[in-house]
Design a protein. Structure first.
Length: 342
């Protein structure tokens, strides 16, 4: 990819002199959020910067092996220290999200912060709250974008094994283990070079995907056998989980990761959703095949957004009302859902 020349010049000057730097990412950080953030952290440390990493809430346990994860400060656990870091930072890198509200707990602090805010992200329609935006929706992941940036800066030789491993996690998880958003040779060229840098793909795959707890596996079974509704005439399938379901299966953060993809795996299903009842909201994960845009759907009806084929949103009415509302809304998309090609 060719970044604008002035962007590259600006980046070079940003990282040239030692600074207080903050790297942060979105609420409920996933593999790409953590992978891209840790990779950038390892990279910036090489330039002598004082780098802090803040994530809004804890990361899923299947990411805790990642190199540098012990450096992650969880905002929720220590808001005072984190606020101080936010306000002292000279540069603030915002990774894998497109609006300050996505960090949830410290969006106000971030917006008041005086540090130079740099966005590195691949979600649609980024907000204008950043001083410099590196937003590219055609890449698989923010991790891929971080690689491209480092390479454009001519610092590819600084990518070592820890950085390579972090970037692999991001690319692997944001493509559903290379099953979507990855029909581009560039993604695989980058993967090849990350393997050359020492990242072991098989090992990383095992660490990320083959570490289900028994209760997580049983929760998945419960979702598929008792909480899956398929609406054949609308090519839609959804799964819902109540707070009681989560308690029964000893829910841990990350346990519902990927569940929505099972609904999408059903033949002819164009639109899939997962509704999870939280303390203060219903979390909605949306997935689609082909041209049906869940980004638009989430924006229009649930004040959410994301990518064309993967988006998220929240609902602030009950689970039952949310499901009724969803069914009513999708009835209006019958034609689109029936004629979707993928
Ligand atoms: Mn991402």
């Amino acid at each position: 990819m060719n970044f604008p020349v002035d962007t590259i010049t600006l980046f070079k000057s940003l990282i040239s002199r030692s600074k207080k730097v903050l790297v942060t990412t979105h609420y409920n950080p996933d593999g790409d959020a953590v992978g891209a953030s840790l990779a950038l952290y390892h990279f910036l440390v090489k330039f002598g910067h004082q780098v802090d990493l803040i994530i809004p809430n804890d990361l899923p346990s299947f990411l805790k092996w990642m190199p540098g994860s012990e450096k992650l400060l969880i905002y929720n656990d220590n808001p005072e220290t984190c606020n101080e870091i936010i306000h002292n930072a000279e540069v603030i890198f915002c990774l894998d999200f497109n609006a300050l509200s996505r960090v949830r707990y410290y969006s106000d602090e971030l917006s008041k912060a005086t540090g130079f805010k740099v966005l590195i992200d691949h979600h649609l329609q980024p907000s204008d709250e950043f001083d410099l935006s590196l937003s590219e929706i055609k890449v698989s992941s923010t991790s891929e974008l971080v690689y491209q940036l480092v390479s454009e800066l001519s610092y590819e030789h600084l990518i070592d094994k820890p950085i390579a491993e972090c970037l692999v996690v991001g690319i692997m998880t944001d493509t559903g283990s290379f099953s979507y958003s990855c029909d581009t040779p560039e993604t695989f060229r980058i993967m090849a070079s990350l393997i050359e840098k020492g990242a072991g793909i098989e090992r990383i795959h095992r660490l990320v995907y083959d570490t289900y707890s028994e209760s997580r596996m049983r929760l998945l079974g419960h979702c598929l056998s008792r909480r899956l509704k398929v609406i054949h005439e609308l090519n839609t399938a959804y799964i819902w989980l109540s707070k009681d379901d989560l308690t029964e299966f000893n829910y841990q953060p990350g346990d519902t990761e990927g569940v929505v993809n099972y609904a999408l795996s059903i033949e002819n299903v164009s639109l899939a959703a997962l509704f999870t009842e939280r303390d203060d909201r219903i979390r909605i994960s949306l997935r689609s095949k082909g041209n049906f845009s869940v980004n638009e759907f989430a924006r229009l009806h649930f004040n959410g957004g994301g990518h064309r084929n993967a988006a998220g949103a929240d609902s602030f009415v009950s689970l039952k009302e949310t499901l009724d509302l969803f069914e009513n809304i999708i009835a209006g998309y019958r034609e689109q859902l029936n004629n979707n090609s993928f």
